[in-house]
Design a protein around this ligand. Structure first.
Ligand code: FES
Length: 203
C-alpha cells in the first residue's frame, strides 16, 4: 500500500489550501513531502513517485525540489539527526574540527546511520545563528550553540543514554495539531491555518 492510500482526507485537506488548478496542485508538493518526511524520517524513491503522481509532476522534479532544502532527506535518518553548520562563521569557530570529532565518535558518515542506528549527520549551510557559532541543529527541533569539543562529548553521551539534551535555542514557533502557531514556551501566537484558509477563500 502506498503511503497516502489510507490518508485521503489528509490529502484533500492539503490540496484544499491551494487553487484547484494544475499549478495549485503542484504547490501542494512541500506539505506532502513534509508529511512523509515527518512519518519516515526521509522521503524514499517510491514516496517521491507517489507524490509526483498526486501533484501531476515527475519524480525527477520532486527530487530536484527536495535537493534544494537540507530539511528533506532521501536516505533514512537516525533518532538524532545532527546537522552541523559548515558556513564561514561556524567554520572559523571550529565547526570543521567539530564535524571530524562527531563522525569519528559516532562512526557515521553522511547518508548513513550510526552502528547503533541512533545517529545520522549532515553538513548544512548557515543556520542564521552565526553569533553563537559553532551551531548544531537537532532534527527540526532547534539548535545547540557554542558547541565546543567538550560540549559535543556531553551531548552525545546524553543522547546515547536515551536522554535528549535541552536545546539552547528551540525552534521558536511550530504549528500544533489544531493548526495554531505556538512558541517553544507553549504560548499561542499569530494566525492559525484556519485564518489562512479564510484569506485564500476571500480572494
Ligand atoms: S555560519 Fe553557522 S550559523 Fe551562520
Amino acid at each position: 500500500m502506498s503511503y497516502f492510500d489510507d490518508k485521503q482526507p489528509l490529502v484533500a485537506d492539503i490540496f484544499s489550501r491551494y487553487p484547484s488548478t494544475p499549478q495549485g496542485k503542484r504547490s501542494a508538493l512541500m506539505p506532502l513531502l513534509r508529511e512523509v518526511q515527518n512519518a519516515h524520517g526521509h522521503v524514499s524513491d517510491p514516496h517521491m513517485a507517489e507524490i509526483a503522481a498526486l501533484i501531476g509532476s515527475t519524480a525527477t522534479e520532486v527530487r530536484s525540489v527536495m535537493s534544494f532544502y537540507s530539511t528533506y532527506s532521501t536516505v533514512p535518518t537516525g533518532k538524532y539527526h545532527l546537522q552541523v553548520c559548515s558556513t564561514l562563521m561556524c567554520s572559523l569557530a571550529g565547526a570543521d574540527e567539530l564535524w571530524d570529532e562527531l563522525v569519528e565518535q559516532l562512526d557515521v558518515q553522511p547518508g548513513e546511520l550510526s552502528p547503533d542506528k541512533l545517529f545520522s549527520v549532515q553538513k548544512v549551510e548557515c543556520l542564521g545563528s552565526c553569533g553563537t557559532a559553532p551551531v548544531v541543529q537537532l532534527n527540526d527541533s532547534g539548535y545547540y550553540e557554542n558547541v565546543t569539543r567538550r560540549k559535543c562529548h556531553e551531548l552525545i553521551a546524553l543522547m546515547k543514554g536515551g536522554i535528549t539534551p535541552r536545546l539552547d535555542n528551540p525552534v521558536p514557533v511550530t504549528v500544533n495539531a489544531s493548526g495554531l502557531q505556538v512558541t517553544a514556551a507553549g504560548e499561542t501566537v499569530g494566525a492559525g491555518i484556519g485564518s489562512l484558509h479564510q484569506v485564500g477563500g476571500s480572494s
